[in-house]
Ligand binder design. Structure first.
Ligand SMILES: Nc1ncnc2c1ncn2[C@@H]1O[C@H](COP(=O)(O)OP(=O)(O)O)[C@@H](O)[C@H]1O
Ligand SMILES: [Mg+2]
Length: 372
């Protein structure tokens, strides 16, 4: 077996010698001893070790930055932190910055070797998990419309949940940055949102995005909208484009729920989507609005991606075929007006596709999802 390459970082020469003695093992090779300075992370990158052991010294605030940079940019290298005393604060910060193991400085040889092997294996697993998902052909599907209240969010959420329930690796991004309500429909209380993600320093990576996601019981990953409307200012079209491109290789389906109307961010999402679901309720105002949206999407050269989704269909003057004739587009799905089912699911915080899978509206979405 090839030896595991380890680098040790500390400003204390005795501590380094101590680690060298503790790691006396035929399967482990110490390839470098480094000090803390402005180049430490670059030097670690240069060694490209399997494990970097950072010895914590309270004067070294940069230690967490180094750990985070190694975690994000040097896939295959795991970080172990050794500290004279360990408290909750150190443990919490270490975890947040991608450190795999935290050990007391006065550790035994066996404990240290076990930590080296364990963190090496954890990092290998992270790499293979990422590789397994990577390069799956992903589809980005957004739900759009010129009007609020047509059912974009309701249909986006139920579609996403059904995809996740069928075992597809799926994420939903709530890109209604001011009034996003995806987490309300899913009864989730997210810690982090797209806002916290946009405030992250450094390059965006799949690990950073994943750390901001909430997991729904269906297996669906959720990137929530900001918790307050004014925070939407901090997120622009570049952020959304970057998020979609970063997660694309890791998901089979990326569902994006959009706010009504055209602005820089909705246009960026539309341009980065494979399918643009134009959602309209079946009434005269919605028909006029859908026609205007259709014209704009055509001008943006997005016509080929458009799929028409009709919602809240009931007996009335306007029918599905009026939409099809005027837009010269076939309807992908036409969902009935079913306040009872939709409201009950809202009140319970369980999407109807899960809570009432036998209802007509659920069956129509299940059939639609099979065609995606
Ligand atoms: N098929 C339907 N039947 C009855 N009510 C519906 C239906 N679809 C959506 N609704 C309700 O219409 C309102 C608007 O839906 P929502 O999904 O939030 O629309 P949007 O995201 O387009 O603003 C919500 O109260 C929702 O519960
Ligand atoms: Mg909505």
């Amino acid at each position: 077996m090839e030896k595991l390459k380890v680098v040790v970082v500390s400003n204390d020469i005795d501590a380094k010698i101590n680690i060298k003695n503790l790691l006396n093992d035929e399967s482990i090779a110490i390839s470098g001893f480094l000090e803390y300075d402005s180049m430490t992370n670059l030097k670690i990158f240069g060694y490209n070790p399997d494990v970097a052991i950072l010895i914590y010294d309270r004067r070294e605030g940069q230690i967490y930055e180094i750990a985070a940079q190694v975690y994000e940019q040097l896939q295959g290298t795991s970080v172990i932190l050794l500290s004279e005393d360990i408290d909750i604060d150190i443990l919490k910060k270490a975890m947040q910055h991608g450190v795999k193991q935290v050990l007391p400085l006065k550790t035994t040889s066996q404990e240290l070797k076990e930590a080296v092997y364990k963190s090496y294996n954890l990092e290998k697993k992270r790499l293979s998990d990422n590789a397994a998902c990577k390069n799956t052909r992903s589809k980005v599907i957004c739900f759009f419309g010129g009007k609020g209240g047509t059912g974009k969010t309701t249909i986006a959420v139920n579609t996403a949940v059904q995809l996740a329930l069928s075992g597809k690796k799926t994420v939903i991004i709530d890109a209604d940055l001011q009034f996003g309500d995806v987490t309300v429909l899913l009864d989730l209380d997210p810690k982090d949102t797209i806002y916290e993600l946009s405030r992250e320093k450094g390059d965006m990576s799949i690990d950073v995005v994943k750390s901001m996601l909430s997991l729904h019981s269906s297996g669906l990953d959720v990137l929530a909208a900001p918790k307050s409307p004014e925070l939407s200012e901090y997120i622009n079209e570049k952020t959304l484009e970057m998020i979609i491109n970063t997660i694309r290789p890791y998901y089979e389906y990326i569902i994006v729920d959009l706010p009504p109307g055209f602005n820089d961010t909705t246009i960026a999402v539309i341009e980065n989507s494979d399918i643009v679901n134009l959602v309209a309720s079946v009434d005269i105002v919605a028909l006029r609005n859908a026609k205007i949206c259709f014209g704009i999407l055509e001008a943006l050269r997005q016509r080929d991606k458009i799929a028409l989704i009709l919602n809240k269909s009931a007996d009335g003057i306007i029918e599905k075929k009026d939409f099809e004739t005027i837009l010269n587009l076939e309807t992908r799905i036409c969902l009935p007006d079913d306040t009872k089912t939709v409201l009950a699911s809202l009140n319970k915080g369980i999407p109807f596709i899960m809570g009432m899978p036998k209802s007509t509206i659920s069956k129509l979405i299940q059939a639609y999802v099979k065609t995606l």
